[in-house]
Design a protein around this ligand. Structure first.
Ligand code: PLP
Length: 630
């Protein structure tokens, strides 16, 4: 089951780096009675109910002797009460001093909200203290909706399950395995385990390390690593299911737990690709198309796409088109090129070739300039051909040619062609959203992509970023009705986001979620960084295993990588099936001149996944034993 809720501890976990507040308040409370209690002694039991904690401290002979020595009431219960009351006073001041969210919490909160994951807290603090903390946390973006203290569980606190179980009930959840409990003490871990939740310990800024942020960051890195390793060890020994370094690390952990819960294989393919669990979840609801909400959603997507492509909304529009990516390409070609136009197509792979096939079918006059499969589109050669063919009015090329994974540069060619008055069409299907593209700067007339590539949505529609002036001049060009980009555009514009014909509603909703997650990740730049890290790790790891990449790094895109068969006995079927068994789906090759297979780096894929893939590949024997023995 996907993760439904996260229940946090307070001090040392979400706020108060190093869990200083209880320590300082305990020390000040005891100091009020003239007793000095060492920090280490207090730390040993942090996370307990506070009265219980004081009782434990008095159980230390030194503390109790000091208490009696200073002439206070000799009854143990009275002593506990007096210190407890003093503690309550002290903590009030200290709480306000230490309520700052820990690093990574703000990003985590935004992520949990985006994912519709509920947020709650349990605490060794009293309800009064939580009441004081909540507005301070809220101001910083942390808003737990259910907050449980031991007052709600008949005084039963950690390490018992009661508070957490109570919180889960309040959230109306049945399965504690869909709940993550995060804390920074051994008692937190035990509470999580006792409630049968997923128990996670956070290492940095925890009570286990117990230092302020300034103290910790001042340490040499080797010492930080040693302290972190020791804290991790303590958590694991206490039964923690996982440990995370910082609060931000909870995000990839949730992603990976969600994928595991779905028991889906990882698609290392160029799209359809692995989407996040939350994108998939969005599709569990049926929607009508006539609805105003749906039109508003469509408009918001059209706007967001312009932003992703840095397309000036004054100059550009975006048009969504039902069908796969090729439908978007075909719609663009037949709408853009009039009967008397001539199209030059620069190609170095199957998708460039597909444009030529489309042009032939559509009766569009076209010239094909083929660069082979391992050479990038050369601006110089394109300009040469244009010199010899003044009749050319339109130009088309593929940005990231998924056949091999080669990345064709768009500058300086496209701006030059635009300057020459040639209408430019770029198939950016497998790069848009994963490789930074500045549409306005390029001046490109049409840029095409689809829902199931780097935006990480599911298949169902293509989209075209188009220069308004260029598109406005294409009325009546289209050779078909359904794939008339001009008509589709005017319908969106005239009817505030209405699609002409039935649209893939589930896909559209999933796409909006995917766009939100792209923004949340840090936009195209951050996604590009992740894909590039995947590609780099894959390439190096595969090389080490004896698989040579088809392309040199200079022309390799971060999208998908082609590898040559290691020798002519290599059995791809066998290799593929072994990987599938292990939960990885890869892609066969598409190159005509060499035997290759392809591995995609895009989608909800992280370097950890690539590492696991490489570990599996290292164990596969893809040369049939019969072939070896001959
Ligand atoms: C995926 C892709 C397409 C479109 O393919 P469909 O199967 O129609 O979605 C077109 N061009 C490139 C470069 C692609 O990667």
């Amino acid at each position: 089951m996907a993760i439904q809720a996260v229940v946090f501890d307070w001090a040392g976990t979400t706020i108060d780096y190093g869990s200083r507040a209880p320590i300082v308040a305990f020390q000040r409370a005891f100091a009020h009675f003239g007793i000095d209690v060492p920090e280490a002694v207090i730390r040993a039991d942090v996370g307990l109910d506070k009265a219980e904690h004081i009782a434990k401290l008095f159980a230390q002979p030194d503390t109790w002797a000091a208490w009696l020595h200073s002439g206070h009431n000799a009854e143990r219960d009275v002593a506990i009460q007096e210190v407890y009351q003093q503690f309550q006073q002290e903590i009030r001041t200290v709480l306000t001093e230490t309520a700052q969210l820990k690093p990574g919490m703000q990003a985590l909160c935004a992520y949990l909200q985006l994912k519709h994951i509920a947020v709650a807290s349990t605490s060794g603090y009293t309800a009064d203290m939580i009441k004081q903390l909540l507005p301070l946390a809220n101001q910083q973006g942390y808003r737990p909706t259910v907050n449980v203290t031991s007052e709600l569980t008949a005084g039963v606190g950690r390490p018992q399950a009661d508070m957490l179980t109570f919180a889960i009930k309040q959230l109306h959840l049945d399965d504690p395995q869909s709940v993550i409990k995060v804390g920074d003490t051994v008692n937190d871990i035990l509470e999580g385990k006792n409630a049968h939740a997923i128990s996670v310990g956070v290492v940095v800024g925890s009570n286990l390390i117990g230092m302020s942020e300034a103290e910790f960051t001042a340490l040499p890195e080797s010492e930080q690593s040693r302290l972190k390793a020791a804290a991790r060890d303590t958590f694991i020994k206490a039964g923690a299911d996982y440990t995370i370094d910082s609060m931000a690390d909870l995000m990839p952990l949730i992603e990976s737990l969600d994928q595991k819960a779905l028991q889906v294989p990882l698609l290392l393919t160029p799209g359809p690709l692995t989407t996040s669990a939350s994108v998939k979840e969005t599709m569990l609801v049926d929607h009508g198309t006539w609805d105003d909400d749906y039109k508003v959603l469509t408009q918001s997507i059209r706007q967001a796409l312009l932003a992703v492509g840095h397309a000036d909304p004054e100059l550009y529009t975006s048009v969504l088109m039902q069908g796969s990516g090729s439908f978007g390409v075909e719609a663009t070609l037949q709408t853009a090129v009039p009967q008397d136009g001539t199209l030059l197509i620069a190609m170095n792979g199957a998708y460039g070739q597909r444009m030529a096939t489309m042009a032939t079918r559509l009766g569009i006059k076209h010239l094909d300039l083929d660069f082979g499969e391992t050479q990038i589109v050369s601006a110089e050669k394109v300009l040469n051909v244009l010199n010899q063919h003044p009749e050319v009015t339109h130009f088309a090329m593929v940005h990231s040619e998924t056949t091999t994974g080669i990345l064709n540069p768009l500058t300086p060619l496209i701006p030059k062609l635009v300057e020459m008055g040639i209408v430019t069409i770029v198939d950016a299907m497998s790069s848009f959203g994963g490789v930074p593209i500045d549409v306005t700067q390029l001046g490109v007339d049409y840029l095409i992509s689809s829902a199931n590539k780097c935006i990480q949505g599911v298949p169902g529609f293509a989209f075209v970023l188009a220069k308004q002036l260029t598109l406005a001049a294409t009325e009546g060009n289209a050779r078909s009705l359904s794939l008339d980009l001009y008509d589709q555009w005017t319908c969106f514009e005239a009817e505030a986001g209405k699609w002409r014909f039935t649209s893939p509603t589930h896909t559209v909703y999933a796409f909006r979620q995917a766009l939100n997650e792209l923004i949340e990740e840090g936009g195209v730049a951050a996604r590009h960084t992740r894909y590039a890290a995947n590609e780099k790790q894959l390439r190096a790891g595969m090389l080490a295993l004896g698989f040579e990449p088809l392309l040199p790094t200079a022309v390799q895109s971060p999208i998908i990588t082609s590898f040559k068969y290691p020798d002519n006995r290599f059995d791809f079927r066998r290799f593929y099936e072994s990987l599938k068994q292990a939960g990885f789906i890869i892609y066969p090759g598409k190159v005509s001149k060499a035997k290759t297979f392809r591995i995609g780096n895009i989608g909800e894929i992280y370097p950890e996944d690539i590492q696991q893939l490489l570990a599996v590949i290292a164990k596969i024997d893809a040369v049939p034993s019969a072939a070896v023995s001959q």
